[in-house]
Design a protein around this ligand. Structure first.
Ligand SMILES: [Zn+2]
Length: 488
């Protein structure tokens, strides 16, 4: 059953008039946004209902080439007009912002954007309710899917606070706790992952979190075929979707079982390991990847299955870069966000990696994954991206690093923007509302000083972020999170 069919089933007893009224009210709220609290107001720099951004270079997220000297008019939270500055005149009464020397892109859609940080080595999750929403929004990320929750109620509470206008932050699609099983997972169980001993246990958990407001379920490495099948069936009955960081189940098996999405692209696909046994995560699967032929039949077979079933994958290059010796895996802007304790821990991580005290396959697997992602898109695959804030990279700043790495992998800046905006919206089912700079859509936008087509690293210079047409001072948001990751 599809998500839409699931929703229809749940709503069939509600009168049509009530549904229409509810839809109209929801649409209005989305366009106008909630009353913003003083806590949120302190970050707002543009709050007039009519704004004309002029002389900006635009990458609109559709895959169309970058267009110089554009004007974009925002009215009541929506994009009203997009066109050449020479022909589109700002309407009377609009606040005109001449953004010569800047770029405009759709707000980023972070598709693996947790609300916690996971330390390297000890792998301790640190819930970051205060710092992360500010870092995400201040880095140009206007929508996140949390893709695995260590503290599901904390996440549901943050989303509610943001939606009420009490806290700044992105639109959120929250996930239930990680579902694993039946084998024990000593890494995740202490932090609240649900080990489903039976398929029935998996169903109970999915049904519970559907009622609590989760819209996605994340399954993790030890999940077996029987448990995954139960999760997928139950989730679809509740109108939810399922994504996974897999290992015991290969991607082709998971697609056949109806999974909606896959995390980490090649990094988590064990099916190319000749040692692979059913329902077992082979310890050799990453070293086996070093010899993988990206153009070979096994990879093409995976891509055919994913493309024909419309199953996308999330690129998370930024987090895996943390384990590759010699990579630039220390970023001033990430260290700034860390508390002193976290900075100390990161020094240990950095020393370990730079001395090469990591598995020797990492450099080759990192490069293979880049090639795998490029080949997947060439094969017609739906690639999205997220930060997976962990190991050395944080919320928001990591999404920006992800953009740089996609360009390094071989995508054009226009493709990388599309992957990080429209494609994410497509997977979330909200492409009709956000994800591209198109008249009629919600004004979720990021303004960047510089030119992404000339220098990918300019993505780090986000100056202004529109969410529902309200303009947030990006620098002030990031400043507020300084030194806070690890504390709150
Ligand atoms: Zn993750």
């Amino acid at each position: 059953m599809t998500r839409e069919e699931g929703r229809g089933k749940r709503e069939e007893c509600i009168p049509v008039a009530a549904l229409l009224l509810a839809a109209a009210t929801a649409a209005n709220l989305y366009a106008q946004g909630p009353q913003l609290s003083p806590e949120v107001r302190q970050y707002v720099s543009v709050d007039t209902p009519l704004v004309a951004i002029t002389h900006v270079k635009l990458i609109d997220g559709t895959g169309a080439p970058a267009a110089p000297d554009q004007t974009v008019v925002i009215a009541n939270g929506k994009i009203q007009v997009v066109g050449a500055a020479a022909t589109v005149k700002p309407p009377a009464g609009a606040r005109v912002m001449d953004l010569t020397g800047h770029m405009l892109i759709p707000g980023l859609i972070g598709m693996h954007d947790h609300t916690f940080y996971l330390t390297y080595g000890v792998e301790r999750p640190i819930q970051s309710n205060y710092s992360y929403p500010r870092l995400y929004l201040g880095s140009g990320v206007t929508t996140i899917r949390t893709t695995g929750s260590m503290s599901p109620y904390a996440e549901i509470n943050i989303k509610a606070e943001i939606d009420r206008g009490d806290s700044p932050g992105p639109h959120m699609y929250v996930t239930g706790p990680y579902i694993i099983g039946p084998k024990p997972d000593p890494r995740l169980e202490p932090f609240g992952a649900l080990r489903a001993a039976t398929p029935e246990a998996a169903r109970r958990a999915v049904a519970y979190w559907a009622e609590e407001g989760a819209t996605w379920i994340k399954v993790y490495a030890s999940i077996s075929r029987a448990q995954l099948a139960a999760v997928v069936d139950e989730a679809h009955q509740h109108g939810m979707k399922v994504t996974g960081h897999l290992c015991a189940v290969g991607y082709r098996e998971a697609v056949a079982l109806g999974i909606d999405h896959l995390e980490h692209t090649l990094f988590a696909n064990s099916e190319y390991d000749p040692q692979k046994q059913p329902d077992v995560c082979p310890p050799t699967y990453r070293s086996a990847m070093t010899n993988l032929d990206i153009g070979g039949e096994p990879v093409r077979a995976t891509f055919r299955d994913l493309v024909s079933r419309g199953v996308g994958m999330t690129s998370t290059l930024a987090v895996y870069e943390c384990t590759v010796p010699g990579r630039p895996t220390r970023h001033a802007h990430v260290l700034e966000a860390f508390s002193p304790e976290m900075q100390r821990e990161d020094s240990v991580r950095f020393a370990t990696v730079s001395q090469g005290k990591v598995a020797s396959y990492w450099p080759a697997v990192f490069k293979k994954t880049m090639d795998y992602e490029v080949a997947f898109v060439k094969a017609g695959g739906l690639l999205v991206a997220g930060v997976d804030p962990a190991w050395c990279i944080t919320a928001g700043r990591g999404d920006q690093r992800e953009f740089e790495l996609l360009v390094e992998a071989g995508f054009t800046p226009v493709q990388a923007v599309q992957i990080m905006t429209a494609n994410g919206a497509k997977v979330l089912g909200i492409l009709d509302r956000v994800g591209t700079v198109t008249a009629g859509k919600n004004a979720d936008l990021a303004v960047i000083r510089g030119d992404l087509t000339a220098r990918a690293a300019d993505i780090e210079n986000v100056t202004l972020v529109f969410k529902d047409g309200v303009g947030f001072d990006a620098v002030r948001l990031v400043e507020a999170a300084k030194g806070q990751v690890g504390l709150r």
